[in-house]
Structures are given as C-alpha cells and as structure tokens.
Design a protein around this ligand. Structure first.
Ligand code: ATP
Ligand code: ATP
Ligand code: MG
Ligand code: MG
Lengths: 227, 227
C-alpha cells in the first residue's frame, strides 16, 4: 500500500543542513497496524508527511498502491490523497471558525459526497469519540483534548483505506487514550484499514503489530509487537 | 501569591450553558509546586488561564499577591501579568515567522530589557532545554517537541515569580519530559518560583508537592504527593 524507497528529506535554509530523513526505505502492506517511535526531532512527522504525500521528498521515491507518486501532477495530488487517506495531524489543524461538526464533514464535502448522509455520519463519529455534545462548538472554543478527538473523527469520515496519525492521543488522559486506540484497532481489524501512527509513549506503541523506531532520520529498528 | 475565590467561568454562546469552572476557590502560596489533573474538557486550561489573568471570570474574584485583579484596567493587565508570570500554553503559541531565539527573547523585549543581555540569556535557556542547534529556525520549521521546548525557554526568560504551564511535556518522550520536569523542579527549589502545571499523566503529577484533581469545573480533591 505504501512504500518509501531510499527517501531523504533535507532542509538547508538555515545555513546548516538538517537530514530530517536519511535514505529511508520501508514497506507498509495492506491491513498493517504500525507504530513509529523516536526522540523529538528524529523525523517521525516528516516520515508520516512524506508517506501521506503532504511533503515531497528531496530524493528517493514514494509509491502508493504500487504507483510512483512523483509522476502525479501537483494539483492532482490532493484529490489522489483525499480519496485514499485520512490524517490526524500533530497540531490537530482544525479550522477555528468552523464548528466541530463542520470540521468532521469537510473532507467528505471536498470529495463531493451527499451532505445529509455526511452529516449523519459525522454526528455518529463525534458520538463514537465521546464529544457529540460539542458538535456545534467552533474549533477555537474546544479544549485541547476535544480538538484532538474531532481530528480523529475527521480522519475517519471518508472510510479511508489508510490512516496516518501523528500522536493521536497526545492531549488525552489514559482512559480517553485507550478508547481512541481501541477505535483505531477496531477500524484496522474489522474494516481492514492500514494504519500508521506516531507516538512517544512506549506502552502505546505496543498496540500496533509492528513497531518502527527512528533516530536522526534513519530507521533504527523494525520489530513485531512483544507478545 | 494566587487566589481564586468562588470563581465560575460560564460559556453560553451555543444555546447550552457550559460551566467550565463552577465556584472554584483555591489558594496557591509562594514556592508551591502544584499539579492539576482531570479528564479532557474538565476545566484545567480554563483554570490556568483564569489564574494567569488571560481570561476574566464570569463571577468570583482572582487575587494576585493579595491584590483584587478585577480592579486592574484592561490594558494594564498585560503589563502586570508580564512582569510576574511566565506561561507555557497547551498549543505552544509560538510566533511562526519568528525564530526560536526571537520567540524566547520576546517577553523580555516587551518588558524593555537590554537586548544583548536578553539574547545571551535566551541562548543559554535554549541550550538548557536541549535545542540550541535550532535557535535560528523559524517557529513553523520546528517539530512539535522542539516548539514545546522553545515555549518552556520563553516562559523562563523573565525570571518570573510564577510559572503556569499547560501540559508542558505533552509532545515529548519520557526522557525529554523528565529533563523538563527536572528544570521546573530546580527553578522551584533553587529560585523559589511558584509553579502550577497541568498534566494528564498521573505519574508526572507526582512531581509536584500538591496535586489538585478537577472534574466538570469543580475541585474534586487537593492532596499532597504520595511519598
Ligand atoms: N470559548 C469557549 N466557548 C465555549 N466553551 C468553551 C470555550 N472554551 C472552552 N470551552 C469548554 O469548556 C470546557 C473546559 O475547557 P478546558 O479547555 O478548560 O478543558 P481542559 O480540562 O483543559 O481539557 P483538555 O485536557 O482537553 O485540554 C470544555 O468542555 C470546552 O468545550
Ligand atoms: N521546514 C523545515 N525546515 C527546517 N528544518 C525542519 C523543517 N521541518 C522540520 N525540520 C527539522 O527536521 C527535524 C525532524 O522534524 P520532525 O517534525 O519530523 O520531528 P519529529 O520526530 O516529529 O519530532 P517531535 O516528536 O518533536 O514531533 C527536526 O529537527 C526539525 O527541526
Ligand atoms: Mg512530530
Ligand atoms: Mg487543556
């Protein structure tokens, strides 16, 4: 489903060169449930953004469903990505002026889905993540943890084939975190959705079937979950 | 140093009334090291913002150093607050176009401190939190954890009497988190700075001398650390 082949991401605008990713090769198959851990600044978000076609690599190739994505023209990337993938960003990225419900509906409206069906689906997703009572609150008027749960509901609205989540429970307490991880696990098991999530919590990383550790932009280890 | 007397914060713009804080009374004395825990949406950030004069209460009174702060005129509040308090916001709130170094220096420049002395101090604080090598990066070009560490350095630049921190290590792995908590503990012990921090990590809450649990806008418990 997702393949990075010798991918590097190099930033050099500050007089020094930062190798956010350094010749990374990795294969993620359909129905994989993968976690990515590593210290702050090690390249976790960069890897997720590159896999999700949100950032172009400096060198190397990203394949999605076997297709070389460097061939896709700029403005077609968003449509290609939107049809296949759901994202949970590290900073939630809600639209502050829109309500929680509108934020969740937006990816489906961009894919021109029916508004009534989408609204019902969005309400049931907000209920599933435990904040249906805040559906009418604007993004700016939600607490940190509430925004994060809206972002998770939004990533699920289009029944994506792949979900890429960057510390999806970073703002939540252990009970709410476990609830969200159960939702993701169920989506993976019951619907066969491929999931890659970043976490800095070693215990949470064990939710996944496969744990990838990254350091200084390089894959340090890629192992199965401890049984 | 900080006192809330019968403070409520009520939001009612969505047709329903949200009691973010409900008749909360709490005393925080000089040199206290206090943690605040509670589920998502329970009022932790609202409490911190009210204590820090970032939000006005709907009813009740906030005292700082014994002074009734409702008497302070609107535009004098920022100066009063800036001279006494340092903040670490839940969303970091860095200025994206400024560099890490400039973000750290800003609170001191607003208090009209000497630029050369401030720059040296800011560099040494960035080194203390472990990211001096990113001093020249703009806020938008830092990872989540790097932004959080810049926000912590920024809260320390004015040698404040009080630090209010909203999940100061939420984006950091356990090693980096422990390092930041050690810095805060040292600032409390060695410099006598009063510190209140929000966390959803029960283990981290025990760093504090006093642990306050909040639920649905009410103080649920206020106990000493488990020895
Ligand atoms: N401007 C606002 N208008 C309406 N409701 C608001 C506003 N700001 C906050 N709220 C509501 O007040 C409640 C308390 O919010 P607060 O941000 O204090 O929670 P919190 O304990 O910090 O949660 P988290 O752990 O998720 O950060 C939430 O349910 C939130 O939806
Ligand atoms: N646009 C950019 N320009 C320059 N450097 C950048 C840019 N974006 C990211 N970086 C750097 O690349 C490195 C990797 O960043 P990335 O966001 O992938 O880290 P991360 O592993 O997600 O960290 P965290 O756990 O703190 O979120 C960081 O050191 C960061 O400073
Ligand atoms: Mg990151
Ligand atoms: Mg909060």
């Amino acid at each position: 489903v997702l393949q990075l082949k010798n991918v590097s991401k190099i930033y050099s605008e500050y007089g020094q060169t930062v190798n956010a990713l350094d010749k990374v090769s990795i294969d993620i198959d359909k129905r994989d449930f993968v976690s990515i851990i590593g210290p702050s600044g090690s390249g976790k978000s960069t890897m997720l953004h590159t896999m999700g076609l949100l950032d172009r690599p400096s060198s190397g190739t990203v394949f999605v469903d076997g297709q070389d994505t460097s061939q896709i023209r700029g403005k077609d990337v968003a449509q290609f990505r939107g049809a296949k993938m759901g994202f949970v960003f590290q900073g939630y990225n809600l639209i502050p002026r829109l309500t929680a419900l509108q934020n969740v509906m937006l990816p489906a409206m961009l894919q021109r889905k029916d508004a009534d069906i989408t609204e019902k689906k969005a309400l049931s997703l907000l209920k599933e993540v435990g904040i249906e009572q805040r559906a009418d609150h604007k993004g700016v008027h939600l607490s940190g943890g509430e925004q994060q749960r809206v972002a998770i509901a939004r990533a699920l609205i289009n029944d994506p084939a792949v979900i890429l989540a960057d510390e999806p429970t970073g703002a939540l307490d252990s009970k709410a975190s476990a609830h969200i991880m159960d939702i993701l696990k169920n989506v993976n098991r019951a619907k066969g959705v491929t999931i890659a999530f970043v976490t800095h919590d070693n215990q949470q990383a064990e939710y996944a079937d496969r744990i990838i550790t990254i350091k200084d932009g390089k894959i340090f280890s890629d192992r199965c979950r401890k049984e």
